[in-house]
Design a protein around this ligand. Structure first.
Ligand code: GYE
Length: 327
């Protein structure tokens, strides 16, 4: 149920948004004043990729549209910052906490603190591996294993006629994160049955362009015979394209590239022929998140898992979709 905020303990948080008081009289913050207003504490992973920027915008705009007061913090890809932010939201007695966990493990203690304080938690975008699923109300986001499978299926189709070995390098997302674990697993599951597909190198690029470029440069030096790059997001793929061009090779031709996300810059590179295939992962989770938040705050039941609907894009499909692309 809605609760009044009496204190605002904001120490240690970056970029916290405070909105005006909702309930008349007394509390320093919003919510719980009988007018039905809701305050959400949201802990974001960081600003590591185009996907993340679009996701943050979606959350902020949807909160505003839904009349939900948003306290937002950016964890700069560090779990300790997220735990600090969640503890601060508990102290502030927000009505609901939503967060996108940077890694899967290590959340039980802080989630139990939220439960003890009777503050519902919604996982958004990424999952946690806690055995006790009662520590959160629902998990809204993509099926990352399925995304990895889609990437693998394209590869199977692309190389269906040949028997020569196909040398693959993989740029993984943030180590220990759900999308890195699952996108690797789904891809492996599909290509694993055919001996010709060989992952000759696999390393994290931390979902960033700069790291994607750096790691791809090292891959290119160590392996003169790369056929395919599988990057767990567009940004790392875009960084890798710079490395490939820098090495005098043609991305999309000498080295085929598959990425995940389908943000505008990725889609542009796909339309330009530098990427061969993109598996979509939608960052526009804000509207659904706000709907779920309203329900859990009211004590209504919500599905334990809400999966985002997504598609895939070839080069031709990217050309057609680009003009209407929102992110
Ligand atoms: O694919 C990547 C971002 O968790 C789905 O995180 C998200 C991933 C996304 O940095 O670009």
């Amino acid at each position: 149920m809605l609760k009044r905020i009496s204190t605002l303990a904001l120490a240690g948080l970056t970029a916290v948004t405070l909105a005006g008081c909702g309930g008349g009289g007394g509390g320093a913050g919003a919510s719980g004043g009988g007018d039905g207003s809701i305050t959400m504490g949201f802990s974001q992973v960081g600003a590591e990729s185009g996907w993340r920027t679009a996701n943050t915008k979606s959350v902020q705009e949807s909160a505003k549209a839904a009349g939900i007061t948003l306290k937002f913090s950016d964890a700069q890809q560090k779990q300790e910052n997220q735990i600090k932010a969640i503890r601060s939201y508990i102290q502030q007695k927000v009505d609901v906490i939503a967060f996108s966990p940077v890694v899967e493990s290590g959340w039980d203690t802080v989630l139990k603190e939220a439960r003890n304080a009777k503050i519902p938690v919604i996982l958004t975008d990424r999952a946690v591996d806690s055995k006790d699923t009662g520590l959160y109300k629902t998990f809204l986001g993509s099926d990352f294993v399925e995304e990895g499978r889609k990437a693998g299926k394209w590869l199977l189709e692309e190389y269906k006629s040949g028997t020569d070995p196909v040398n693959i390098v993989e740029l993984q997302g943030t180590t220990g994160s759900a999308p890195a674990n699952d996108r690797k697993a789904g891809f492996q599951e599909v290509i694993g049955g055919e001996a010709k597909f060989k992952i000759i190198a696999s390393q994290t690029g931390d979902f960033t362009r700069a790291k994607g470029k750096e790691v791809m440069e090292a891959f290119l030096k160590a392996h003169p015979d790369i056929d395919v790059l599988y990057a767990h997001n567009d940004d790392m793929g875009l960084g890798a394209i710079e490395a490939i061009e820098g090495a005098g090779k043609v991305p999309g031709k000498d080295i085929k590239i598959i990425t995940i996300d389908a943000v505008k810059d990725g889609m542009q590179a796909l339309a330009d022929g530098k990427i061969n295939y993109i598996v979509e992962c939608s960052p526009l989770l804000g509207p659904q998140l706000m709907d779920l938040a309203k329900k859990v705050v009211k004590g209504e039941s919500v599905p334990a898992r809400v999966v985002t609907e997504e598609t895939t894009f070839t080069q031709e499909q990217a050309k057609a979709a680009l003009p209407q692309r929102q992110y």
